[in-house]
Write a protein that binds this ligand. Structure first.
Ligand SMILES: Nc1ncnc2c1ncn2[C@@H]1O[C@H](COP(=O)(O)OP(=O)(O)O)[C@@H](O)[C@H]1O
Ligand SMILES: Cc1ncsc1CCOP(=O)(O)O
Length: 430
């Protein structure tokens, strides 16, 4: 890869300009000017899970899979990935403006109605197809056999490959030569499945022409598991520590989290100066953790030659140099303070953690947006992957805030699907 790791300085913090908020750029600069405090509980629940797993098996040797350069899986095709004609723009691609790349990508997806093959898992496939549809895709779920999956690859703009249920193994092999694949390595923490995922990624990477593009999207545990599979133990440990640390457990931060979860604002602290310095410390640490995480993901991106996205309380993206503008990003919480007021801007949505499939559905949106404008984005106008993550959480947050009869995970999903559909249609009309 032609680009280097980042140095750990705030000015260079790769995600720092990447705040996506309710009014992202404005909030970002206001927050910086007023002394922003980055959200303090990074990837809490997910990484807790990962840490619990590690604690429960402290002496278990970490197994690294052997060289899978020659795929042992009989199901993988013996041929090298075939060379696809590069497509600068998918058919009927709408022009997208550099001014608001998220809106522009959403608009492009609705206008082009890209065809997306969704190889989903049994637990969440119905939700994924509906969310992809709402995001603008013409989804195709027809891949019931490897032959069908392979044939469908040639007819679609992108394929989503979710490893969530073992029935996908033979089908996964059948799409190993597809031009754009968004991989969701659900369950790769299981050694058996992790070996399959790695073998698939290795096959895809080895000798691939530069018209083939892979994106790997997962939560913190899945990314850590993949690092283990690749023998990146150092990165795995660093990622777990950085993603799992609760930078502060102060009551105030608890209030902030709870208020965000309930969609309320919270009261200013009684002693602003003390609180500000605490926040400064939390902010510094959060930035250091963020850079650690991005560097770990960069190592994984180099190992897989894939665009790597880690989702959770904060979403992180590390493109290859030839994807989008090649810039890593993070979409995270922002707290900011000014004189004696404290405000809390947050695109997080606690309801996203309360039902199965929030991550799988995001995979459907990423695949749709990438299918619409291309992962390579040769024009360099914006990044469809980042746009997908930003849009998804922005709509989720708005659904929660507006309290459209949301009483629990089931009613949230109904309101959220409606809101995604409406947001996509709105951007068509704008
Ligand atoms: N703790 C959290 N707080 C707010 N939003 C979250 C949290 N965890 C995940 N999300 C959001 O939910 C979406 C799905 O991510 P994630 O939950 O990590 O996937 P998965 O379901 O695969 O574990 C992401 O867009 C992320 O923004
Ligand atoms: C629980 C489960 N088991 C196999 S696939 C699956 C769904 C995972 O969904 P998500 O990662 O989006 O929560």
């Amino acid at each position: 890869m032609g680009y280097k790791k980042w140095s750990v300085t705030e000015g260079d913090a790769p995600g720092f300009g990447g705040v996506e908020g309710i009014a992202p750029m404005v909030i970002s600069s206001v927050a910086s000017a007023l002394g922003a405090v980055v959200g303090v509980k990074l990837l809490g629940g997910l990484s807790e899970h990962a840490r619990d797993r590690r604690r429960s098996r402290p002496n278990t040797p970490r197994q690294s899979v052997g060289d899978a350069a020659s795929p042992a899986g009989a199901a993988l095709p013996s041929k090298k990935p075939q060379i696809f004609k590069p497509r600068r723009r998918p058919r009927n691609a709408a022009h997208w403006s550099p001014d608001d790349s998220t809106t522009a990508v959403v608009t492009a997806a609705g206008a082009t109605r890209p065809k997306v093959q969704l190889i989903a898992n049994a637990a969440t496939c119905a939700k994924v197809v509906d969310v992809a549809l709402a995001a603008g895709a013409k989804p195709i779920m027809g891949a019931t056999t490897p032959a069908e999956a392979s044939e469908t690859c040639d007819k679609v703009d992108a394929t989503l490959l979710n490893f969530g249920t073992p029935t996908t193994e033979a089908i996964a092999a059948a799409v190993a030569s597809a031009s754009i694949v968004v991989v969701d390595p659900v369950g790769c923490g299981l050694d058996a499945r992790g070996v399959n995922v790695k073998r698939w990624l290795d096959y895809r990477m080895n000798g691939k022409p530069n018209t083939i593009h892979t994106l790997v999207k997962g939560n913190a545990s899945e990314m850590a598991a993949l690092m283990r599979m690749y023998g990146l133990r150092n990165e795995e440990m660093k990622l777990c520590d950085a993603a799992g640390v609760t930078t502060s457990d102060t009551a105030e931060n608890e209030v902030a989290s709870n208020a965000a979860a309930a969609g309320r604002s919270f009261s200013p602290p009684s002693s602003p100066s003390k609180a500000v310095s605490k926040r400064e410390a939390a902010r510094e640490k959060a930035i250091r953790d963020e850079i650690t995480i991005l560097n770990c993901l960069k190592t994984l991106s180099d190992a897989t030659d894939a665009y790597v996205v880690m989702t959770g309380d904060v979403d992180y993206g590390v493109p290859c140099a030839y994807h989008g503008d090649g810039r890593p990003w993070a979409i995270r919480r922002v707290l900011y303070t000014g004189s004696h007021t404290t405000a809390f801007e947050d695109d997080s949505c606690a309801w996203l953690r309360e039902w199965t499939g929030a991550g799988c559905c995001l995979g459907g949106v990423i695949a749709t947006f990438v299918a619409a404008v291309g992962l390579r984005n040769e024009g360099g106008e914006g990044d469809p992957v980042r746009a997908a993550c930003a849009w998804y959480r922005r709509v989720a947050s708005a659904t929660q805030d507006k309290g459209r009869g949301v009483d629990g995970p089931a009613s949230f999903q109904v309101a959220f699907f409606d809101a995604l559909h409406a947001a996509s249609r709105d951007s068509q009309r704008a």
